[in-house]
Design a protein around this ligand. Sequence first.
Ligand code: ZN
Length: 297
Amino acid sequence: MIQTGTKTLPLVNAFTVDVEDYFHVALFERHVAKDRWATMEQRVEKNTDRILAMLGQKGICATFFILGWVAQRFPDLVRRIATQGHEIASHGMQHVRVTQQSPEEFFQDALACKHLLENISGQPVLGYRASTYSIGRDNLWALDALAKAGYGYSSSIYPIRHDLYGWPEAPRFAFHPRHGGTEGDGLLEIPVSTLEWFGHRVPCGGGGYFRLYPLAFSLWALHHLNVKEGKSAVFFLHPWELDPGQPRLKNLPMKVRFRHYLNLEKMEARLERLLASFRWDRMDRVFADRLGVEKKI
Ligand SMILES: [Zn+2]
């Protein structure tokens, strides 16, 4: 909570969207080859527009981590996001995990995406989110590459244990991984939200977990973060998570099918509640003090 005169206002949280289509996800990488992406039914523009409409209705600004592949094909979407007051941020060009790139490949990809998004939107691009949260203890060089490419922050480390990603011992809140967590020249990392719960670290910052948990738990967890821990939450979702009508891929393993398609039809109503239940803003404004940028952007 923050004090403003005699009034106490709830903390402001960061709302973020990873702008990619249903076939870009890591879970599908063995099932949809990259050279098929362009032939798939493209639904990202329509789905992102729905999120923009919901945010617009509530007067909420958010941060959009946009995949370069999407920006190249839908530049008007990038411009719409920017002109509606949202922060344009980068999700890399091709949705390749950092763990599958050399430092030079990663640097070139991150730089190309930054330039592409800046050219289309006319906005400086400060934020980067790695594909599949693929920055962790073993590839922190990626943060140096991002700083060299001109980024101001990363939101790419998920401080949990997970089969695809995660650095479970990482700090739960914004920190400088290259400087032992303390302030310094190294890039600021702003992790997606987690909760410490009975000795376990529980992810509560969106994605599949938001679809899996009962809504009441997600709302309680974010409220706990704000009120009990006094911390801003970082929440993320994908446009395809609001799209129960997306083409259903055939021959998927049961685990993949469950994780991707779970509760898609419940998401719009859940998102409405989530947006109405907390205060939200763009990442660069929520963390302006840590980033050393002006609050009024
Ligand atoms: Zn992604």
